[in-house]
Design a protein around this ligand. Structure first.
Ligand code: DQA
Length: 171
């Protein structure tokens, strides 16, 4: 895990980035293209939960670990890059379901490489068990770990993983 930077002094106290599960560390959850259609989009693959429901689930789980969640969804690569930049020095972790950008966005890769906290790559489905073009992730090399294939549960697992990693735990 890469070292954490100090909290942004201008950040609001409840969202200031403080390491460890005891404080109110901020986790920025990013959702990429087409995830705004969850609930309607290919429910056989992605399930019927809406993005709002997944974010609520993640927020509830994070709260149990003393973490807060800020969520951003965009269908635009550059906007997601900007969100990663905006998380620098402010958030303790990024949880990223970049949708299809996961498989080819080197600009997102580079932005994540410049983020100093924990990075968890997240997918509802298991891309490794799908079409060959989904087998490559350019986000994985700049992530601490990947959670994929567990559907909505993955959003809870990601927050759990963040909390454990911030605590220095890998068991
Ligand atoms: C996804 C998997 C990607 O391959 C796909 O392009 C998505 C969703 C997932 O959550 O399973 O948009 O990231």
């Amino acid at each position: 895990m890469r070292p954490l930077s100090p909290a942004d002094p201008d950040g609001s106290p409840s969202e200031a980035g403080t390491a460890g599960t005891g404080g109110q560390g901020l986790v920025v959850l990013l959702s990429g293209p087409n995830l705004d259609l969850l609930g309607e989009r290919q429910p056989d693959i992605y399930g019927t939960a809406t993005l709002r429901e997944l974010v609520d689930m993640a927020t509830e789980e994070a709260k149990a670990f003393g973490l807060s969640v800020e969520h951003h969804q965009s269908n635009h690569e550059g906007e997601l890059v900007e969100q990663v930049h905006g998380a620098r020095g402010r958030a303790v972790a990024l949880v990223v379901n970049a949708g299809a950008l996961s498989h080819y966005s080197w600009s997102l890769h580079d932005a994540l490489a410049a983020f100093e906290g924990v990075v968890v790559e997240l997918h509802l489905s298991n891309p490794a068990a799908r079409e060959p073009w989904r087998h490559t992730s350019v986000v994985a090399p700049v992530s601490d770990g990947v959670i994929a294939g567990f559907g909505p549960l993955g959003y809870r697992l990601a927050m759990h993983a963040v909390a454990r990693l911030l605590d220095g735990g890998r068991t």
